[in-house]
Write a protein that binds this ligand. Structure first.
Ligand code: THU
Length: 160
């Protein structure tokens, strides 16, 4: 028996002001897009903004449903919209942020497992890593060079 250790490199910025201009502006778009979330049940509004290789910015926000499991996360709304409109464009970066109706989100919001899998599918499809920028309403920002950092031992098409 041996131990397999998994290591993730996450850049931690003290606040938004420390970010590069490109990361900060994508995050700014994500923050605006969360205002369009339809989240009457959780009151947890999530915004995602992604930048494609051709420079286009695509936004998404979470869209809830009275039949709760039908809800779609902000990240997947944005990624599927991008893939539908620009099927041949790799995603360069995605910024994700959230705002709660009940408390201050003071930690970077991290994508759910399903969204990590979908982000990874896009990395695999285009053979292009996606920069992931994560923020709450305030506080630190996490930046990853690839979703693989928070989705180790990923399942992808090479298994099939
Ligand atoms: N949500 C997202 O939009 N993205 C995530 O990665 C996690 C959760 C949404 C789904 C639901 O509308 C609300 O946040 C609470 O789970």
């Amino acid at each position: 028996m041996k131990i397999l250790s998994l290591n993730a490199n996450i850049e931690v910025y003290e606040n938004v002001e420390e970010l590069s201009r490109a990361d900060a502006s994508l995050l700014e778009v994500a923050k605006k897009s969360l205002e369009d979330a339809y989240a009457p049940y959780s009151k947890f509004k999530v915004g995602a903004a992604l930048r494609l290789k051709n420079g286009k910015i695509i936004i998404g926000s979470n869209q809830e449903n009275a039949a709760f499991p039908v809800t779609l996360c902000a990240e997947r709304v944005a990624i599927f919209a991008a893939a539908s409109q620009y099927p041949n464009e790799a995603i360069e970066a995605i910024a994700i942020t959230a705002k709660s109706g009940s408390h201050l989100v003071n930690k970077p919001v991290t994508p759910c497992g399903s969204c990590r899998q979908v982000i990874h599918e896009s990395e695999y499809r285009f053979q292009h890593p996606i920069r992931v920028i994560l923020h709450g309403e305030t506080g630190e920002v996490y930046v990853l060079d690839s979703i693989k950092d928070i989705l180790p031992l990923t399942f992808d098409a090479h298994f099939l």
